[in-house]
Design a protein around this ligand. Structure first.
Ligand SMILES: Cc1cc2nc3c(=O)[nH]c(=O)nc-3n(C[C@H](O)[C@H](O)[C@H](O)COP(=O)(O)OP(=O)(O)OC[C@H]3O[C@@H](n4cnc5c(N)ncnc54)[C@H](O)[C@@H]3O)c2cc1C
Length: 309
């Protein structure tokens, strides 16, 4: 219930204005979002890379309903990749792309536009020595996203995908994608999904996550274990040992600003630890979704919103 209220708040312009105006709220934004510009994203990436972590960068925005906006998002990614190239960061930083931000939901040939724009981003990334991972959105887009992934991997075999453990279909998708050269990020899943397609019970989602990890770690691909859940991180590490995974043949991933100490600990133990860094002016919905994931963060939000700074 609270989560649903917060997810509605993520679409409120008035609350966004409050969060923009109040200095304490701005500090909260800065904890989870790198900033609004390409320079901000490159600066934060540099800091993380200097601390031994890898990075994937998300230009915030989704559900684009105008072609111009999809083009602007594509161009923002191209500029970001150039910025990473100039800063010498492409061996440690890649990009994450939401297909709905590059036109997937446009009426008519949206899927083709998204495929073409994603291909331009993949081409630039490849030329600069880095990769692209396709984020996964709500379940109505899963088939389309996996179909675009298959097409992109013909020319750009390093293109990665995200699978969401809460979806009942995902064990089968893990088996399909656990093949040589295939990069798969496994997360729990962040959207409000109906029980017909997704597990509703948190412990069921956790059990599904473990089954999916096993499939990916036993397979021939490159698993990217994206979770902040301490138990799942521990099980992931143990499974990697049990499946004889060499260091460098899988990685952990967490969000910027979440469990930062644990990120540093894993990196210092020699694990590949990649941080998902969002940036851009459409930060508000992303921020509220992160806060909704954890009750303790709601106190931070409430304090930030009532304080005049
Ligand atoms: C790198 C990355 C990429 C992602 N990409 C996608 C995607 O493409 N599609 C998608 O649907 N979802 C994506 N997600 C989000 C994901 O699906 C979950 O919603 C999110 O990661 C929370 O799940 P969790 O596994 O961390 O477990 P949870 O059950 O949410 O949390 C477990 C524990 O982690 C800690 N924790 C979790 N969140 C926070 C927080 N905000 N602040 C502090 N501590 C916290 C707490 O100790 C908590 O008890 C991504 C997540 C990551 C890390």
């Amino acid at each position: 219930m609270l989560r649903s209220v917060l997810l509605s708040a993520s679409r409120s312009d008035r609350l966004k204005q409050v969060a923009t105006d109040a200095p304490p709220a701005r500090a909260l934004v800065a904890r989870f979002v790198a900033g609004e510009t390409t320079d901000d994203a490159v600066r934060v990436t540099r800091e993380l890379v200097d601390s031994g972590r890898l990075v994937t960068i998300d230009h915030l925005g989704e559900d684009t309903l105008e072609l111009e906006q999809a083009e602007a998002t594509r161009d923002a990614y191209l500029a970001l990749l150039d910025g990473l190239g100039e800063a010498g960061l492409t061996s440690s930083a890649e990009v994450s792309v939401k297909l709905s931000a590059v036109g997937q939901a446009l009426p008519g040939d949206g899927e083709k536009i998204a495929r073409d724009f994603a291909a331009s981003i993949c081409e630039r990334a490849t030329s600069l020595g880095t990769t692209v991972t396709l984020d996964m959105e709500d379940h109505t887009t899963t088939d389309s996203t996996l179909s675009i992934l298959r097409d992109l991997r013909v020319d750009f075999p390093d293109t990665g995908a995200v699978l969401q453990a809460y979806l009942r279909r995902t064990e089968a998708d893990c088996a399909d994608l656990a093949t040589t050269g295939s990069r798969v990020r496994l997360c729990k899943g962040a959207y409000d999904e109906p029980e017909s397609v997704a597990y509703a019970d948190r412990s069921e989602v956790d059990r599904a996550y473990v089954r999916c990890m096993k499939i990916l770690l036993q397979g021939a691909g490159y698993p990217m274990l994206a979770t902040h859940d301490p138990r799942l991180v521990e099980i992931g590490g143990a499974l990697a040992v049990r499946t004889d995974r060499e260091p460098g043949t899988y990685e952990f991933q967490m969000l910027y600003g979440v469990r930062t100490d644990e990120q540093a600990r894993l990196a210092s133990q020699g694990e590949r630890m990649r941080v998902y860094v969002p940036y851009g002016d459409e930060w508000y919905g992303y921020l509220v979704r992160r806060l909704a994931e954890r009750p303790a963060n709601l106190t931070l939000l409430a304090r930030a919103l009532v304080s005049k700074g």
